[in-house]
Design a protein around this ligand. Structure first.
Ligand SMILES: [Zn+2]
Length: 255
């Protein structure tokens, strides 16, 4: 017997396992995720989203599912590796008091009642200095600060071709789609050769070619268009690249 992912009767409460998975990617010891948990507590499952079975919509009691609005950006993501393939949980940004949550199997259109879990990972619990939660390999870390003193970090995993920004105040990690970010980087570097400029996967292969300051500036301009972090003022790299002469002299004295 398999338990259908949604019982197709709405409104309803979250099932215990839905709640456990969602709370896992919204850790209560981080202020930004805790705020989301509190929102969820006052909501119920009001129906299915337009992406079909597996996407549930949480909203205020009595609300109707809004099928017209654009799909908001991902707020939290986690994957569970099982003997039934990978299950993933995606919580999106709140929009008009509704939150889309997708809980899907990458192998089938249902999730069995019982399965063996081998590993789970999520970006939500990642902290500075840790390896990539997915592949466990080191990430490129770009330390940044805003002109008002907020600390941010851009983390980039070249293996999984994923990037996210960590915000020290909320302790939230937000995924950044590489395509739009790379576009900003190319504009900043004034690279127009379409073979390079249109191939956003090169961001990961060519990562070592870009300085922290360049990656930071691209984040600043990207974030102005598609706000991931609300920032007052400017974003700067913590690391100022020294002029090459000073670097060479410093090298001499170190010997
Ligand atoms: Zn990785």
């Amino acid at each position: 017997m398999t338990e259908p992912l949604t019982n197709n009767v709405y409104p309803r409460l979250l099932s215990p396992r839905e709640r456990e998975w969602i709370e896992w990617i919204l850790p209560a010891d981080r202020p930004g995720y805790k705020r989301y948990r509190e929102l969820l507590d006052s909501m119920e499952v009001i129906g299915e989203g337009r992406r079909g079975q597996g996407e549930i919509i949480l909203g205020e009691k009595g609300a109707r599912v809004d099928l017209e609005s654009p799909l908001p950006a991902v707020f939290a993501y986690g994957a569970i590796e099982t003997n039934f393939g990978i299950l993933s949980i995606t919580v999106r940004e709140i929009l008009d008091a509704q939150i889309s949550i997708e809980i899907v199997s990458h192998r089938a259109d249902f999730i069995p009642e019982e399965f063996e879990e081998s590993r789970r990972w999520t970006y939500s619990t990642w902290s500075i200095g840790e390896p990539c939660p997915q592949c466990m390999k080191p990430v490129r870390e770009v330390f940044m600060h805003t002109s008002t003193g907020d600390r941010l970090m851009l983390a980039i995993c070249p293996i999984d071709k994923r990037m996210w920004v960590y915000d020290a105040a909320s302790m939230v990690n937000r995924l950044i789609p590489a395509t739009n970010y790379y576009n900003e980087l190319m504009l900043h570097r004034n690279i127009r050769d379409p073979k390079i400029a249109l191939d956003s996967k090169r961001l990961f292969a060519d990562l070592a070619k870009y300085t922290d300051e360049e990656l930071t500036y691209a984040f600043l301009t990207y974030n102005k268009i598609r706000t991931k972090v609300h920032i007052d003022g400017l974003v700067e790299s913590d690391r100022k690249e020294k002029p090459s002469m000073i670097r060479r002299l410093a090298g001499l004295f170190r010997k």
